[in-house]
Design a protein around this ligand. Structure first.
Ligand SMILES: [Zn+2]
Length: 389
């Protein structure tokens, strides 16, 4: 969004009123809890908003303030849940020094071409996406957010029609291994490279943060440096987001059964390499997005235990020990000679189909997977059938 100076002042005022309202409500809620052992209901909180003194709340749309109490309500629910779970240090929700966003849960805004009209604030110019020029679906809520870089964004959450379930879905299967040098290796031999712009941006980020740490505290240079750093963070997160969405779409469109490593397994050995750490971070995000894309395309993602996938021969199951430095898999038992990551990806695919599939030397592995696959298809498109005795 590109607010004018006057409008930006109103946006900032709104954030500040939301912050004070949040903190006032939090104070009342804590007192209530200390006296009665119970929290305030949403109704109670909204009642409080009407009778609270302090800042002039007529400058803010009533639903925006209600959303503030909703947020606090959620924070308190988490608090009660922590008490229930008997966490030793279940502290109250915290008072906020800073609130960066506010939400119109239903109404109070109007989107007209490239102008957004906000109740109590005014009209703001905005640019929608880079390629698409409009918002798809039915807008449900609108959140206005100020980024650390100083930029303003409006975020629309929309309801979309679910895609039909009877379209052709991809029948191939694939295993994916997160790599050291590459972002990922696929079991069919293809590789997804770490995007070069991302590598470059990350190098720049390191430089900027080093410069930032050398600036004098409280100086103007420090402030400027902080904004630069925040912008770079934003840029990288946008680039990564873009990369992940494009890659996952490509995979979900082409493969029906997708096997990935489950990184949530407890006691997993942390990799000593930085590149792997960076990949690990976006890998969780990657798998999550891949999951819903695959599902809406009629496929599925299977998470498998990654332990030992690099040591096991994907062709014969023989154990072939190797150190991290050894980049090739050479099986003395069956003679398979392929890249280490490729072997892992293939083994990953084997594990997703364990018990039902034979080990296949090459090819995309689809023949042995057909059965599983059709199993998942019938679950999706037909009513469950009872198995007679
Ligand atoms: Zn082998």
């Amino acid at each position: 969004m590109y607010p004018s100076k006057t409008t930006e002042k109103k946006l900032l005022d709104t954030l500040e009123i939301c912050r004070q309202t949040y903190n006032d409500l939090l104070g009342i809620s804590i007192e209530t809890y200390q006296h009665t052992g119970k929290g305030l209901s949403n109704f109670g909180m909204n009642n409080c908003i009407n009778y609270m003194g302090g800042v002039d709340k007529t400058d803010v749309h009533s639903q925006v303030l209600q959303n503030v109490s909703d947020r606090l309500g959620k924070a308190f629910q988490n608090f009660f849940r922590r008490i229930k779970e008997k966490k030793v240090k279940a502290g109250f929700p915290r008072f906020k020094k800073d609130i960066r966003s506010f939400t119109y849960p239903q109404s109070g805004y109007k989107l007209d071409n490239h102008k957004l009209r906000l109740s109590k604030i005014g009209e703001i110019n905005l640019r929608i996406g880079r390629k698409q020029n409009r918002i798809n679906g039915n807008i449900k809520t609108l959140t206005i957010k100020k980024m650390p870089s100083g930029k303003w964004f409006s975020m629309f959450s929309c309801e979309m029609k679910k895609r039909g379930e009877t379209h052709n879905f991809p029948q191939n299967s694939i295993g994916i291994d997160v790599g050291l040098e590459k972002f990922a290796t696929l079991s069919n031999g293809a590789a997804i490279e770490n995007p070069r712009f991302l590598v470059k941006s990350e190098r720049r980020l390191k430089l900027l943060s080093r410069r930032f740490s050398k600036k004098k505290k409280g100086s103007k240079e420090m402030h400027d440096s902080r904004v630069k750093l925040a912008r770079m963070h934003e840029r990288i997160s946008n680039q990564r987001h873009d990369f992940i969405h494009k890659t996952t779409k490509m995979i979900a469109d082409n493969f029906g059964l997708i096997s990935v490593e489950n990184l949530n397994i407890k006691g997993m050995v942390k990799h000593p390499y930085l590149a792997k750490h960076i990949n690990d971070a976006s890998w969780g995000n990657f798998v999550q997005i891949l999951g819903y894309k695959a599902e809406s395309a009629g496929g599925q993602v299977v998470k498998v235990n990654p332990r030992g996938t690099s040591q096991t021969c994907s062709q014969c199951g023989n154990n072939v020990p190797k150190t991290l430095a050894m980049r090739w898999h050479m099986c003395p038992a069956c003679g398979l000679h392929i890249g280490r990551d490729l072997n892992s990806a293939k083994e990953m695919l084997n594990r997703a189909t364990a018990g039902t599939a034979e080990r296949y030397a090459d090819g995309d592995g689809s023949p042995p997977l057909r059965e599983i696959f059709e199993g998942s298809l019938s679950k999706k498109s037909e009513a469950p059938q009872l198995v007679g005795e």
